[in-house]
Design a protein. Structure first.
Length: 187
C-alpha cells in the first residue's frame, strides 16, 4: 500500500515540481532583470554625479573670474560717473556765479535807478528837453539788466532806447564807471 500511494503520488508530485520549477525560473529571470536594472541605474547615477561635479567646478571658476571682471568694469563706470559729476558741479557753480553777477548788476542798476529817478533832464544824447536819468555803469552790468531794473521802478525803457540816447555806446562793451543816459518814457 505504501508502494501504491507513492506510485500514485509521483505523477502528481512531478507535475507540482515542474510547476514550481517553472515559477522559480520565472522568478529567477525577474530577479536577474532587477539586478541588471539596478546596475544600469547605478551607472547612470554615477555619470550624473560626475557631470554635476564638473558643472559645479566650471560654475565656481567661471563665477569668480566673471565677478572680478564685472567688479573692474563697475569700478571704471563709477569713476567715470564721479568724473562727470565733478564736471557738472563745476559747470553749475560757474553758472550760479554768472547768475549772481547778473542779479547783482540788476540790483545795482535798480538801486541806481531809484537814486537817480528824481533827477531831471540831461542833454547827454537826446534832445535838450528830453527827460531821463543818469546811470553809472557797474562791473557785470548789461544793458538788458539796466533796462530791466528801470522797468521795475516804473520807467519803461528798452535796450534800443538806451542805445539811441547814447550815441557810440555799444551793448557788447560797457565801460565800468561810464555815465550813460537812461531816457524817461514820453508821457
Amino acid at each position: 500500500m505504501v508502494g501504491l500511494t507513492l506510485a500514485a503520488l509521483t505523477p502528481t508530485a512531478r507535475a507540482q515540481d515542474a510547476a514550481t520549477e517553472e515559477r522559480l525560473n520565472k522568478l529567477n529571470g525577474l530577479v536577474q532583470d532587477l539586478v541588471e536594472d539596478k546596475a544600469n541605474m547605478k551607472r547612470q547615477l554615477d555619470a550624473m554625479a560626475k557631470e554635476i561635479s564638473a558643472l559645479r567646478e566650471q560654475g565656481s571658476s567661471a563665477a569668480s573670474s566673471a565677478s572680478a571682471e564685472d567688479l573692474k568694469r563697475l569700478a571704471d563706470q563709477v569713476k567715470e560717473i564721479d568724473r562727470k559729476r565733478e564736471a557738472d558741479k563745476d559747470l553749475i557753480l560757474k553758472e550760479i556765479e554768472k547768475l549772481g553777477k547778473a542779479i547783482g548788476a540788476a540790483g545795482r542798476a535798480q538801486q541806481t535807478a531809484t537814486q537817480t529817478k528824481s533827477e531831471s533832464g540831461s542833454n547827454r544824447g537826446g534832445s535838450p528837453s528830453e527827460k531821463g536819468y543818469e546811470y553809472v555803469v557797474q562791473s557785470g552790468d548789461t544793458l538788458s539788466a539796466i533796462a530791466a531794473a528801470y522797468k521795475e521802478q516804473g520807467v519803461k525803457v528798452s535796450v534800443d532806447d538806451i542805445l539811441k540816447s547814447n550815441p557810440g555806446l555799444k551793448a557788447t562793451s560797457l565801460t565800468v564807471g561810464k555815465k550813460i543816459f537812461i531816457p524817461a518814457p514820453a508821457k
